[in-house]
Design a protein around this ligand. Sequence first.
Ligand SMILES: [Fe+2]
Ligand SMILES: [Fe+2]
Length: 184
Amino acid sequence: MKSVDVLVHEHRMIGRMVSILEAIAARLDAGGDVSTRVLVDVMDFSEHFTSNCHHAKEEHHLFPLLAEHGMSLDSSPIAALREQHEANHAYLREMHAALTRLRAGDTQAPQTFAASARDYARLLREHMRIEDHYFQDVSSLLSPAEDDVLYGRMVAIDESCARVGDRRRYERMLEEYEELMATW
Ligand SMILES: [Fe+2]
Ligand SMILES: [Fe+2]
C-alpha cells in the first residue's frame, strides 16, 4: 500500500533526527557546546516535518479512514498512538521553552533541553516501532481506491508543508548534522 509506505519512509527520516537529538542531549549533558543554529534547526525539523506534516497525515487522514473500518479512534490502538502524539508535542513545547531560555543566557537551560529531548527521542522511537508494525497490519483493510485517495491527501499535505520547508532541505539537514555528530 503506497500510502503506508510514505509514512514508513518518513519514519526512517525521523529516526535519523531522533539519533541526532540523542547525540545533542548527550553532548549538552557533558557540558559540551551545541550551536544555537543546530538547536533551532532540530526544533524546526521536529515541529514542522515530524509534527505538522507527518503526524498530520496520520491524525487527519489515516486514522479517520481506519475508523471507518471499525478501528475506533477512542479505544483501538489508534487511541494510544494519538496519546503518544500529544505527549510528543508536550515534550517539544518543553524543548522550545528551554531553547528560548538558553538563547537568553539561562545556564540551566541546556540540561533542561537535554532532558526533554531525551524523553522525546525515547517516546518517538517506541512510537514509530509500534506504528511500523501496526500500519503493515491494517494496510490490508484499505481498498486500492481508498489507498489512492489517502495517498493523494498525503501529497496535498506535502505540498502545503513545502511552502514552509521542503523535504530536500530536511534531508540536507540530516546529512549535515550526521556528519557533525561524527566529529563529536
Ligand atoms: Fe504517529
Ligand atoms: Fe508515524
